[in-house]
Write a protein that binds this ligand. Structure first.
Ligand SMILES: Nc1ncnc2c1ncn2[C@@H]1O[C@H](COP(=O)(O)OP(=O)(O)O)[C@@H](O)[C@H]1O
Ligand SMILES: CC(C)(COP(=O)(O)O)[C@@H](O)C(=O)NCCC(=O)O
Ligand SMILES: [Mn+2]
Length: 898
């Protein structure tokens, strides 16, 4: 384990003296880290019980959700002709650490908990699961094993901590709510409270379209494109739900709709007729057959009738289907003479096209331009969506647009769920929802059969059996560009793959984390047009490049993660499972980049951190961070003395150089990690400082300097409050950002250090910062007074209120968490304490590649903004700033006017 180690004697002595102290601290940190894990602003999946059962050799293994992870659950059902859909909410008790930093912050900043309503909304998770209706017993077993039926409506409302309710009532919609009333009473002792199916479909669709970013997408000729719907411009639209049968509903508003049409030729027709004609055992098998089919064998084409010619006068090409299944009349063939593959494709095309056409006619009837398609017939299947889109596009001559929904089949169940009163979900906003994709079929909205997984260990066993180690993607997988057929033609399917992805993986629906405390960062210049990601991953070569970078980083990351958990056999097993899981995600996304919604680099980097946490790696870089913090703190006073000997002008430059130079300590960059093998942290820091000559590749320093120091006799007034978004531990924060913070404090600017809520790589967290600041304060009066005034030196305080009064004259230094557990930041979803701190801020400093380049490089804010980063990746340097690795960015943008 080579890494930057400080070699001075002083440091060694201190190490010895503090050995015991350190051990204690390490234990404390481990403890608090695990507490953060439970109480984070973006809650994690609790893996306390995950298990498999059934035949391990099955392609779709029998798995159930863990049964003991939920404290309080609420369930709603949609029992349809073909499938039972479950939406359930699990709430996890807030196990908040008694965090003094938070308490003092609340007083200082007046942080609210996002309580815009009269009743508080609960944080928790929404899960999406389905079963086949003919296997209703499996569904009942599932509900029982998770005790979901015990959390129904309580007369005292949702927030009541009432004990399990024996007379629970569960909201249910769909015909099965009537048909199976007695069965639910008998088996679970619960009553089903019936909700109207159309009401539910509309409520579900409206909720999804308003609250979930990138819920809707178009799918044309194999290309999926997410559509951002403006909440104020949603209605009217046509909702087409393709379940067993098809409903067409004109939606004019919340609860305002009319079922205008429908067709009995729907999903049940495809599955039923398909089963009879092909002898398929499952819907997926039937769909998979279609992918290898050729419909020309069965369908009668225009060319068949016109002797191979187009009927161009009315715009029909020879390859257009004139009559579905029409060839079967003229030939002397029996059913056995046709390939099941061809039958399945003809049937799928016939039904999809027909639904598309009827939908268009209804849209035309009411002058509707947008048609949203839902229902499980669609099943995320590219060819089905392309066919429907083609029909709508063709008949409307491009005037109407077919759109699909990621939660396609769950509209009714979600609507039934929304019909519970006082759950507070109806006005949830996109920024309060975070979708996560934990590994394992039961977690991704899959079909479930079999009893529950018992614990993490069983989940790992399942992973070992079923999730191939992703070694094959260590080398980049070449991705074929999707084939197009040309619009007029559509002769052959453009989106047929060889195999259909397993049901669970293809659903593309994650667990929705409801985090009521998240807010949109109030200083975004325009939150509606804000796009966090800088690099567009829809460019295939970019996608391939970043996938390779992440794959290649994996072995080193696993080493660090395993070591951070003591290198035990258990840690190794978890490390291996993490590698499998993350590789599987990468492989899946490589195959279908939009599988989990719109994909940006920030999502990939966050997914990696989430995946580590899923396998209970709380903080993989813990010891590296500690070592680098200590090494840097040991030389801080020398640096401060050096800085204090300079003129104001040279000092400001030295400080900015210092931030850029120290940003070299990034364990997420391949090049930097190689570098660390070559020297100690201080040697690398010095080397980096020496090379820090202006002009930088992006260099707005002069404008920034003028704002800070003025020109000539003009002395500008200092900023009132600066938000410093810190990045890495060690030299980066201690020798880079803290000295800059100190300078601002000296000038009378309040400083808020904004750090991660959860660990990500070697980034410093909000939990860790107070201790680092306290250590730094030992070397510096300015920092000490400011930290005291900001309530940071909590250990020294007995009564926070007294201290804040006492220090009201000093300029405070504070620490707030950003609400993230990733090296990047999405300003649409930040912690409420950051949002509160932003209110009086007039300067933002974003530091590091993740926060200032991969995300937010192009973001504009309402206040002055300084973006500082060293580019530690050659390709990014070339692409973004036309420079080279280790070049620097100092981008300054004055407050966006208006
Ligand atoms: N695993 C599956 N088993 C059965 N049908 C499926 C499956 N996946 C998708 N389908 C399709 O979805 C249709 C049911 O869609 P859904 O929206 O659940 O409607 P319903 O409420 O009528 O059951 C089926 O008729 C079939 O076409
Ligand atoms: C993960 C990171 C964004 C962290 O950078 P930071 O924000 O610490 O400057 C960065 O290390 C990165 O983009 N790494 C991958 C590229 C590489 O290894 O070259
Ligand atoms: Mn970082």
């Amino acid at each position: 384990m080579a890494g930057p180690v400080h070699k001075s004697n002083n440091f060694k002595e201190e190490m010895k003296e503090e050995e015991e102290e350190k051990e204690k601290r390490e234990k404390d940190m481990a403890l608090t880290a695990s507490m953060i894990h439970r109480s984070s602003s973006r809650p994690q999946l609790d893996l306390s019980g995950a298990a498999i059962q059934g035949n391990f050799e099955d392609r779709d293994p029998a798995i159930l959700l863990p049964n003991q992870s939920d404290d309080i659950s609420h369930l709603a059902l949609d029992i349809g002709g073909s499938l039972i859909k479950l939406v359930y909410f699990s709430r996890h008790e807030d196990r908040l650490v008694d965090d003094k930093r938070k308490k003092s912050l609340k007083e200082r900043l007046g942080v609210s908990n996002g309580s815009r309503r009269s009743y508080p909304i609960l944080g928790g998770r929404l899960h999406f699961v389905k079963f086949e209706t003919r296997k209703i017993n499996e569904c009942l077993d599932f509900i029982y094993s998770k005790q979901l039926h015990r959390g129904g409506i309580d007369p005292r409302g949702w927030n009541s901590e009432a004990p399990a309710n024996d007379d629970a009532i569960i909201k249910a919609t769909g015909g099965g709510a009537f048909k199976f009333t007695d069965l639910f009473k008998e088996r679970l002792g619960v009553s089903l409270d019936k909700e109207d199916e159309m009401d539910c479909l509309v409520a579900g669709a409206n909720f999804l379209l308003k609250a979930i970013r990138h819920e809707a997408f178009t799918h044309m000729e194999g290309q999926k494109e997410f559509v951002q719907i403006d909440n104020n411009d949603l209605f009217p639209y046509l909702l087409v739900n393709i379940g067993s049968g098809v409903s067409m509903i004109k939606v004019d508003g919340d609860g305002t709709f009319q079922r205008v049409s429908g067709t009995n030729v729907g999903g049940g027709t495809y599955w039923g007729l398909g089963r009879l004609l092909t002898k398929c055992k499952s819907f997926d098998e039937l769909l998979e057959l279609s992918q290898r089919g050729d419909n020309k064998v069965i369908d009668m084409l225009v060319g068949d009738i016109y002797g191979g010619m187009d009927y161009s006068k009315i715009g029909l090409s020879a390859s257009t289907i004139a009559s579905s299944f029409g060839k079967a009349i003229s030939e002397n063939k029996e059913l056995e003479d046709y390939r099941p593959e061809d039958i399945s494709l003809s049937l799928l095309r016939m039904i999809s096209y027909n639904i598309g056409q009827i939908s268009y006619l209804n849209a035309l009837r009411f002058g509707l331009k947008r048609i949203f398609f839902g229902g499980f017939f669609i099943r995320g299947h590219a060819y089905t969506m392309d066919t429907i889109s083609f029909a709508v596009h063709f008949w409307s001559k491009g005037a109407a647009k077919a759109m699909f929904l990621r939660h396609e089949g769950f509209l009714g169940a979600l609507g039934a769920f929304m019909s519970y009163e006082k759950h507070g979900l109806d006005d949830l906003m996109a920024h309060q929802l975070v979708e996560r994709f934990p590994m394992g079929a039961p977690y991704v909205g899959g079909t479930i059969h079999g009893p529950p997984l018992a614990d993490l260990s069983e989940k790992i066993s399942w992973m070992e059996k079923f999730v191939q180690k992703g070694t094959e993607i260590i080398a980049p997988v070449p991705m074929a560009a999707p084939r197009t057929t040309g619009l007029g033609g559509f002769e052959s399917p453009s989106s047929k793959g060889d195999t259909l992805r397993s049901d669970d993986a293809s659903l593309n629906v994650g667990v929705l984390h409801l985090v009521p405390t998240l807010e949109v960062f109030p200083l975004l210049a325009d939150s509606r047009t804000y796009e966090p990601n800088t690099i567009d991953l829809s460019d295939h070569s970019e996608l391939e490049y970043w996938f390779t970078v992440l794959s290649e980083h994996l072995p080193d990351l696993v080493d660090k993660a395993v070591a951070s958990e003591g290198g035990t056999d258990d840690a190794k097993r978890r490390g291996d499972a993490f590698a499998r899981a993350f590789s599987a995600h990468l492989a899946r996304l490589m195959e279908e980049p939009a599988a989990y919604g719109k994909l940006g680099l920030a999502n990939l980097l966050e997914l990696r951190e989430e995946c580590l946490r899923e396998f209970q790696f709380v903080d993989a870089y813990r010891s590296i961070k500690q070592r680098e913090n200590e090494a840097s703190l040991a030389v801080l006073s020398d640096l401060l003395i050096e800085l204090d000997s300079m003129s104001e002008e040279s000092r400001l430059l030295a400080l900015i150089e210092g931030v850029l130079a120290a940003n070299i300590f990034d364990w997420g960059s391949r090049a930097c990690v190689d570098l660390y093998h070559k020297g100690t942290i201080i040697e690398i820091y010095r080397m980096s400082r020496k090379k820090m000559q202006r002009p930088w590749q992006v260099d707005d320093y002069d404008v920034f300097k003028e704002r800070m120091l003025g020109s000539g006799d003009k002395k500008p007034c200092p900023h009132q409050r600066a938000l410093l978004f810190v990045d890495n531990s060690g030299a980066d924060v201690v020798l880079g950002m803290l000295p800059l913070a100190r300078e601002l404090l000296r000038r009378g600017t309040e400083v808020v250090l904004v750090a991660n809520s959860l660990p990500a790589l070697n980034d410093v967290t909000a939990m860790e910062l107070p201790e680092i600041v306290a250590e730094a304060a030992k070397h510096c009066d300015v920092l000490r007074k400011a930290a005291e005034a900001g309530g940071l030196l909590v250990d020294a305080m007995t009564n926070i209120q007294d201290v804040s009064k006492e220090n009201s004259s000093s300029t405070p230094l504070m620490v707030v968490e950003n609400g993230c557990g990733s090296p990047c930041i999405d300003f649409r979803q930040v912690s409420s304490e950051l949002a509160a701190a932003a209110k009086d801020a007039d300067l933002i400093i974003l530091e590091g590649m993740g926060r200032a380049l991969h995300t937010n490089f192009n973001a504009r804010f309402k206040c002055d903004t300084l973006k500082l980063a060293m580019v530690k990746n050659q390709r990014l340097a070339e692409k973004l700033i036309k420079g080279n690795i280790y070049d620097c960015v100092c981008r300054y943008e004055a407050a966006a006017s208006g």
